[in-house]
Design a protein around this ligand. Structure first.
Ligand code: GLC
Ligand code: CA
Length: 560
């Protein structure tokens, strides 16, 4: 009785919206967003045009890593609601045709999880082997420290039982020992629990780090792939049509392995693409994007990239060269408070200096490059950030619904909010909010909504091939997307000047370019070289409409 699209490849056709429950809407005035609050905002999300929701961790946790430090895999953090609330949320989302993706944190738990509490209490605890212990810190020396701003080592001393335990993230997040079959069993049960409730997909956190082996960098090990393949097999049997998304912050060649032979993950983030979009728009040159696309291998048919501009973490700069990182830091994070670990803790709009042309252009890239786009909550209205808050909290501030108290996020006393909303003359909730942006057609929200509609009018963008057009003008990044006989031509001007470009359209002689937002028809393609003029940071999306005879021949292959 659900209205969701039943195609097993549904994840190729959705637009994903990423939501921290605590930041979205507070229904009971305790200053913290909650599941009932989120349910109340589902109609907003449907109206915006997203078709899948990715919820950040919401199970019980001491919240020292915002819920990625799990205390109980089977219960909801009390301030966010109950398991019943979650079930109701899921049903309400499905009724509206929205798919739901939740988190699967496999690699570690909180140090307050009962397994670790027991494990650390005695060497003979039945849970001792759930974690990774050592007498020395000499083991696995080839492993990098990820949270380099807060942790010096991947080992932390446990005084009571006089051994070190292993952790790839915060010291209060001990890594689980995947060599222990019981641990594997436990996590498989967690997976089955959430899929039985009806979630459509799991975003598998920190996947490369499940196993440790001496003499390696303890990432992407064959044992990790073997475990994920086992998990996938069970899902294919018990929960066909569900999706697994890999968070593997690695180079394309390594990520490719996570797709396996269509027997591991359905989706994986394209981490290296993201920073290069930011370099390209800063330099006004397509080269960084074209280079990374050239290095991106073909992926199996049923697999899909997940692409994004920003998310709940720092804009990670791990998948760039040292030179590129220095460039990005000096361009986008001049103030040291804007930096965190190996990244930049800012939102899209401030990164684009609140330049609407640049923001819209970045969204154009996000929506037309190969893969499924993910939008981070608040970026649809161009929310700002707060670099004075610690860790990544500056990009996790309350959603700005209106110019009312607390930005319409909560009726609680402002001093009791989990963190304050943005309040400054440029990005404050008095200026940037949903209520005002819904009212006029050129607001960031309205324009993005329209872009979503156009994207969803065809399957080209989610499923089509990409061919880069190597026009002479490097400031223009143009490409064809093609699927089932349909062709789109996309042009993006990455520079701050008006640009002119000749595009070789000889393959499409006799076709008519139809601008996708206005349905305006351009002159028939007669010459090999077609000329376009683009305004600063301007972009065009064209459908290339085939000549009449061919169109008749290809009938039925068009829109879904
Ligand atoms: C992932 C999450 C991040 C979290 C980390 C440790 O990278 O995106 O927010 O801190 O895993 O669980
Ligand atoms: Ca609340």
């Amino acid at each position: 009785m659900t209205a969701v699209n039943r195609d097993p490849l549904w994840y190729k056709d959705v637009i994903i919206y990423e939501i921290p429950v605590k930041s979205f809407f507070d229904s009971n005035r305790d200053g913290i967003g909650d599941l009932p609050g989120l349910i109340g905002k589902l109609d907003y999300l449907v109206d915006l045009g997203v078709t899948a929701l990715w919820l950040l961790p919401f199970t019980d946790s001491p919240l020292r890593d915002d819920g990625y430090d799990i205390r109980d895999y089977y219960n909801v953090y009390p301030h966010y609601g109950t398991l019943n609330d979650f079930q109701r949320f899921l049903d309400e989302a499905h009724l509206r045709g929205l798919r739901v993706i939740t988190e699967l944190v496999l690699n570690h738990t909180s140090n307050t999880h009962p397994w670790f509490v027991s494990a650390r209490s005695s060497r003979s605890s039945p849970y001792r082997d759930y974690y990774v212990w050592s007498d020395t810190t000499e083991k696995y020396q080839g492993t990098r420290v990820i949270f380099s701003d807060s942790e010096k080592s991947n080992w932390t001393w446990e005084p009571k039982t006089r051994q070190y335990y292993w952790h790839r993230f915060f010291h209060h997040q001990p890594d689980l020992n995947f060599d222990n079959p019981k641990v594997q069993e436990e996590l498989l049960n967690v997976v089955k629990f959430w899929f039985s409730l009806g979630v459509d997909g799991l975003r598998c956190d920190a996947v490369p780090y499940l196993f440790e082996r001496e003499g390696t960098n303890c990432e992407n090990l064959p044992e990790t792939h073997a475990f994920m393949k086992r998990l996938r097999k069970e899902i294919d049997v018990q929960f066909p049509g569900r999706m697994l998304l890999a968070e593997a912050n690695q180079w394309p060649q390594e990520v490719l392995e996570y797709f396996g032979n269509e027997d591991e993950f359905h989706m994986a983030y394209h981490f290296p693409l993201m920073p290069r979009l930011f370099i390209a728009i800063a330099q006004g040159n397509r080269k960084p994007i074209v280079d990374i696309l050239d290095q991106t291998p073909q992926i199996p048919d049923s697999c899909q990239w997940a692409i994004f501009l920003r998310n709940h973490d720092e804009l990670t700069l791990e998948m760039v060269t040292d030179q590129e990182r220095d460039y990005l830091w000096s361009y986008y994070a001049k103030d040291s408070r804007m930096r965190l670990n190996i990244g930049i803790r800012r939102r899209l709009s401030p990164l684009m200096q609140n330049d609407r042309r640049k923001i819209d252009l970045m969204q154009s890239l996000l929506l037309t490059l190969p893969g499924t786009p993910i939008l981070y909550y608040g970026d649809e209205i161009g929310m700002g950030d707060n670099i004075h808050l610690g860790d990544r909290n500056g990009v996790r501030t309350p959603m700005q619904w209106s110019s009312d108290k607390n930005g319409g996020f909560s009726r609680a006393d402002p001093s009791s909010l989990y963190i304050p909303p943005i309040q400054n003359p440029v990005y404050g909730y008095q200026v940037v909010n949903v209520e005002s942006q819904i009212r006029y057609p050129t607001s960031p929200l309205s324009v993005l909504r329209q872009m979503f509609q156009v994207r969803q009018s065809t399957r080209i963008f989610g499923r089509g091939t990409l061919t880069v057009i190597h026009s002479r003008n490097q400031k223009v990044f143009a490409y064809f997307r093609e699927y089932g006989g349909e062709v789109a031509l996309i042009l993006n001007n990455l520079s701050d000047a008006t640009e002119s470009v000749y595009v070789d359209l000889s393959r499409f002689n006799g076709y008519v370019p139809v601008e996708m937002f206005s349905q305006t028809q351009f002159p028939l393609i007669r010459k090999a070289r077609f000329h376009f003029t683009l305004s600063p940071y301007g972009f065009f999306w064209f459908h290339l409409r085939p000549p009449r005879s061919e169109k008749a021949g290809k009938k039925g292959k068009g829109n879904p």
